[in-house]
Design a protein around this ligand. Structure first.
Ligand code: C2E
Ligand code: C2E
Ligand code: C2E
Length: 89
């Protein structure tokens, strides 16, 4: 990819996240809530997270970052652009 291309972003859809069953989405929901609290960022409909946060989440969910990204896209909490963000992993 061109160094001038905008970096692909990992953007969590917080509204969608709040609709998902807790047994699946619980760890992601707690992680997102922690980031919101650290930033003091409570009013957004979405939350941009760090690429390294997806690595941590992959450990939590016991999946590879690529597998977890596909799952989050399937749940509707990440959009398809997120695939490009994990290509470099
Ligand atoms: P920190 O990592 O020492 O970052 C301090 C401040 O630098 C952040 O304050 C933010 O203003 C800025 N900053 C650091 N990295 C980035 C970045 O990639 N993009 C942008 N736009 N700004 C950046 P802030 O937002 O109040 O966060 C305070 C602390 O909360 C951070 O300290 C970090 O420890 C934690 N934090 C916030 N958001 C995240 C996150 O998405 N992931 C992780 N792992 N920690 C986060
Ligand atoms: P963008 O990154 O495409 O974000 C579009 C809008 O999504 C933002 O409009 C904001 O309403 C929402 N959004 C995205 N990530 C977050 C998040 O982590 N928390 C919250 N609460 N909302 C989020 P906004 O704020 O008017 O920003 C417009 C554009 O300005 C952004 O487009 C981006 O290009 C730039 N921008 C804003 N904040 C930052 C930042 O911290 N770092 C960088 N590099 N650009 C920023
Ligand atoms: P962004 O603000 O557009 O930043 C894009 C990338 O630039 C970040 O990708 C990171 O590689 C680099 N970057 C930006 N600011 C800093 C900084 O202060 N220190 C360092 N070491 N690198 C920086 P990354 O980490 O994958 O983050 C993706 C997006 O997540 C950021 O886009 C921002 O929207 C959000 N984010 C990440 N960390 C923080 C944070 O601590 N506070 C806030 N408010 N937003 C954050």
């Amino acid at each position: 990819p061109s160094p001038l291309a905008p970096a692909p972003k990992l953007v969590i859809d917080l509204e969608r996240l709040s609709q998902l069953p807790k047994d699946k989405a619980g760890p992601l929901a707690r992680y997102a809530a922690t980031i919101q609290s650290q930033r003091g960022d409570y009013n957004g409909k979405v939350l941009s997270i760090r690429q390294e946060d997806l690595r941590s989440l992959a450990v939590i969910y016991d999946k590879s970052p690529v597998e977890l990204t596909e799952e989050f896209i399937h749940w509707g909490v990440l959009d398809a652009e997120a695939r490009r963000a994990v290509e470099s992993f």
